[in-house]
Design a protein around this ligand. Structure first.
Ligand SMILES: Cc1cc2nc3c(=O)[nH]c(=O)nc-3n(C[C@H](O)[C@H](O)[C@H](O)COP(=O)(O)O)c2cc1C
Length: 172
């Protein structure tokens, strides 16, 4: 729908998406001397040839303007202990304050990344696709950093949990 009214499937889609468990990432970038970050689950691998990712960004988000201006970005896959950062970067904090928690560093390409993230996938922006409220940005990988055991933070049914908690719950 393009007239601003809520689509009849809106609520049903949200209900269905509660059952799609996703790893939580924080997307970070830098533009004109300022850093930006945002929690995101609409993130996925696009291809390994070339190694590339896609991220879906609401055009109302503060991260949108620097990406629209062409900023390169990093997809930081959060670990179980990064729940606070996920909450900070989805609205509890704003702007530069989102970088006060966590070990944030700057890549050789000038992109901020979370040093102890499960994985930090640094990307050069390499395409985009506008659809509805969101823009899909494509990133071509330029650097990959991996840290610690596999223990991702997961968002499911409107709440944060961990992959380990889900596995131990299923085994019980
Ligand atoms: C678990 C979770 C996942 C989210 N995933 C996305 C996403 O993939 N794309 C997006 O545009 N916003 C996503 N959001 C919303 C943004 O994190 C949030 O609206 C944004 O940080 C607030 O906008 P601001 O940066 O302008 O304050 C998500 C929020 C949460 C809590």
């Amino acid at each position: 729908m393009t007239d601003g009214s809520i689509h009849p499937l809106h609520a049903d889609m949200l209900l269905a998406m509660r059952r799609l468990a996703r790893s939580v990432a924080v997307i970070s970038c830098s533009h004109a001397g300022r850093r930006y970050s945002m929690s995101a689950t609409a993130v996925d691998a696009l291809s390994t040839e070339p190694p590339s990712l896609l991220i879906c960004i609401n055009r109302t988000a503060s991260l949108y303007a620097p990406l629209d201006a062409g900023a390169d970005f990093c997809v930081n896959v959060l670990s179980a202990r990064h729940r606070g950062i996920a909450i900070d970067c989805s609205g509890r904090l704003k702007g530069e304050a989102r970088f006060t928690t966590g070990n944030w560093q700057t890549s050789v390409h000038g992109v901020p990344y979370l040093h102890d993230a499960q994985a930090s996938l640094v990307c050069a922006q390499d395409g985009r696709f506008v659809y509805g409220t969101h823009t899909v940005f494509i990133g071509r990988l330029t650097e990959v950093l991996v840290s610690g055991e596999v223990d991702p933070l997961v968002y499911v049914n409107g709440a944060y949990t961990t992959a380990r908690a889900l596995v131990s719950h299923a085994a019980a």
